[in-house]
Design a protein around this ligand. Structure first.
Ligand SMILES: Cc1cc2nc3c(=O)[nH]c(=O)nc-3n(C[C@H](O)[C@H](O)[C@H](O)COP(=O)(O)OP(=O)(O)OC[C@H]3O[C@@H](n4cnc5c(N)ncnc54)[C@H](O)[C@@H]3O)c2cc1C
Length: 352
């Protein structure tokens, strides 16, 4: 018997998960298809969100809209799922040179200033961290424990009977003008949220991805040293406290060998940078890699296939899925339901 649903979503990474909850909140029915054996950037991600671009010390794109939106979205989702995964944290920028410190103070009076604390801390964890030039903090930043969010969401979808844990096979998709059929499911639309695998999707491989591999370590500090849970250290690498004296350290950026193999080079690069920041011994407890669905113009990719309007895509979250997904899921859901147009900057028609 054919099962009718409003939307089939392919992929239960951060993009597919957030879109599914957004559509469900609007009263739509959803079936998610995700193969847990495939690699997922979301499961590897540190989960940080940061309204500041450190390279230029400027405001991250749309930070003023994205940060309050994600705060409301993830807080409501924690309540719905009955678990905790959203942590507000200050990112502590350790200055590498005197000019950086002066630049920071100058920028506190610029547009980005509302995110930059004016106080320079000359003695941030002096026994643990190398920072002869002092440090200052980013405000309104934080992290999402993506593994907790994704696994609690998967439990929720299983409970609702709307999660199929298998590989989606485009050969079995039957496309009509106003609906799709896939095995025994029929939906108004199928929305692909496949992360970097969209580059292999026969209907969307024309999208202009600039996929980026990233590697990340989990370490444990030795000899009883601890970084406070609500602080994230940044200097060349970030060090993100996860609890139980475990810390995520990352991340690398490479543009070849786009797979989830953790490499010796990646590990060596992170260890070298980490040893410049912290003075105490550590052990590596985990080393993972993933591929970010990054885009040439660094904007998300939302929209419908130009010839098959029953096929859609919600992707291109790049290095910032945590910040981008909630706001743009709402924007995309509004478009799918005829409430708003798509913003040209994120519409996939820019690649057509
Ligand atoms: C090392 C590293 C660190 C990162 N740190 C951060 C960070 O701190 N903050 C941040 O915001 N972002 C970070 N990112 C980026 C972030 O991971 C991405 O922006 C985000 O996870 C992309 O989510 P997605 O759902 O689009 O893709 P994915 O998470 O890759 O999810 C795609 C899903 O689709 C499924 N899938 C694909 N094809 C099929 C198919 N044919 N059938 C069934 N299922 C399929 C996969 O199983 C997967 O579950 C990091 C990435 C890496 C690699």
């Amino acid at each position: 018997m054919t099962k009718e649903t409003d939307y089939i979503i392919v992929g239960q990474g951060i993009a597919g998960t957030v879109l599914a909850f957004t559509l469900m909140k609007a009263g739509r029915s959803v079936v998610l298809i995700d193969d847990p054996a495939l690699s997922s950037a979301s499961k590897v991600a540190a989960g940080l969100y940061n309204p500041v671009v450190f390279k230029r010390l400027s405001k991250s794109w749309m930070a003023d809209e994205l940060i309050p939106f994600l705060d409301t979205f993830y807080t409501a989702l924690e309540k719905k799922l009955g678990c905790t995964f959203h942590f507000k944290k200050q990112i502590v920028k350790l200055f590498a040179e005197e000019q950086e410190r002066e630049f920071w103070l100058k920028k506190t009076n610029a547009e980005v200033g509302k995110y930059l604390d004016k106080t320079i801390n000359d003695y941030f964890l002096p026994g643990l961290v190398n920072n002869p030039l002092g440090a200052a903090e980013v405000q309104h930043s934080g992290s999402i424990d993506t593994r907790v969010l994704l696994s609690a969401s998967a439990d929720h979808f299983r409970h609702l009977g709307c999660l199929l844990e298998e590989k989606f096979d485009t050969d079995q998709l039957i496309i009509s003008e106003d609906h799709v059929s896939y095995k025994d499911h029929r939906a108004k639309k199928v929305i692909f949220c496949e992360g970097f695998r969209a580059a292999e999707n026969p209907y969307f491989k024309w999208l202009s991805f600039r996929l980026t591999k990233g590697e990340i370590l989990t370490i444990q500090l030795q000899d009883g040293h601890e970084i406070p849970f609500e602080k994230v250290i940044n200097k060349g690498v970030f060090i993100l406290p996860m609890g139980n004296n475990l810390y995520r350290v990352g991340a690398t950026h490479t543009w070849d060998k786009l797979n989830d193999d953790a490499t010796e080079e990646g590990r060596a690069e992170l260890v070298e940078k980490l040893e410049k920041v912290i003075k105490v011994p550590f052990v590596i407890t985990e080393h993972l890699a993933g591929v970010r669905p990054a885009v040439n113009d660094r904007r998300p990719m939302l929209g419908l296939h130009p010839e098959h309007p029953a096929l859609g895509v919600f992707n291109g979250m790049g290095t910032k899925g945590i910040m981008l997904a909630p706001y743009f899921a709402e924007h995309f859901a509004g478009f799918l339901e005829g409430r708003n147009e798509l913003d040209r900057e994120v519409d996939i028609r820019r690649f057509a």
